[in-house]
Design a binder for this molecule. Structure first.
Ligand code: PRP
Length: 175
């Protein structure tokens, strides 16, 4: 068993710079509240904000979604909420992956209810093959096939989040 590089560190960083340019343009002259969704998005959030040039407030939250993947509604369990008040603020949610889309569908609803001035979503990855809840991703880095990806924040049983690249398991041994 080994890990094959699927998206290299340089490819990820290059794409993040492109996304940051779009965000800088869209929010020129505005303030932005960046909310990273733990745990997966910690690295993407950290790298993305380095390239933002407007006044930025950064916070994190942790939430788990529960629900039948075929249902459009689901429960959101907030394990850690943001400490900032986002009413009348420009908010950018930063996520590592939109898979079925359930988590972001209900998290966005939860955030909308807090009355932000604007609410946008940045996601590093999107897997269309697994999507059951259509979510509008305003800033998407990569659309990927239905592969089990790890690294750059994404885990397998809590491991591999520290890798600077995104990898997939390979049955081949690396030796
Ligand atoms: C992952 C990911 C998203 C969610 C996406 O989180 O970070 O929050 O799953 O899946 P969905 O689109 O099917 O709802 P996970 O629960 O694995 O937690 P983690 O971020 O701590 O790894």
């Amino acid at each position: 068993m080994s890990v094959d590089v699927f998206l290299s560190e340089s490819k990820i960083q290059e794409r993040i710079e492109q996304l940051a340019k779009m965000i800088n343009k869209d929010f020129a002259g505005e303030e932005l509240y960046v909310i990273g969704v733990l745990n997966g998005a910690f690295m993407f959030t950290a790298d993305l904000v380095r390239h933002l040039n407007m006044p930025v407030t950064i916070d994190f939250m942790s939430a788990s979604s529960y629900g039948d993947s075929t249902e459009s509604s689901g429960e959101l369990k907030i394990n850690l909420d943001i400490k900032v008040d986002i009413k009348d603020k420009n908010v950018l949610i930063v996520e590592d992956i939109v898979d079925t889309g359930l988590t972001m569908t209900i998290l966005k609803k939860n955030f909308e209810a807090r009355g932000p001035k604007s609410l946008k979503l940045a996601s590093l990855l999107y897997k269309p093959a697994r999507n059951t809840h259509k979510v509008n991703i305003d800033y998407l880095a990569f659309e990927i096939e239905d592969k089990f990806v790890i690294g750059y924040g994404l885990d397998f049983d809590g491991r591999y989040r520290e890798l600077p690249y995104i990898g997939v398991y390979s049955a081949e041994d690396s030796q």
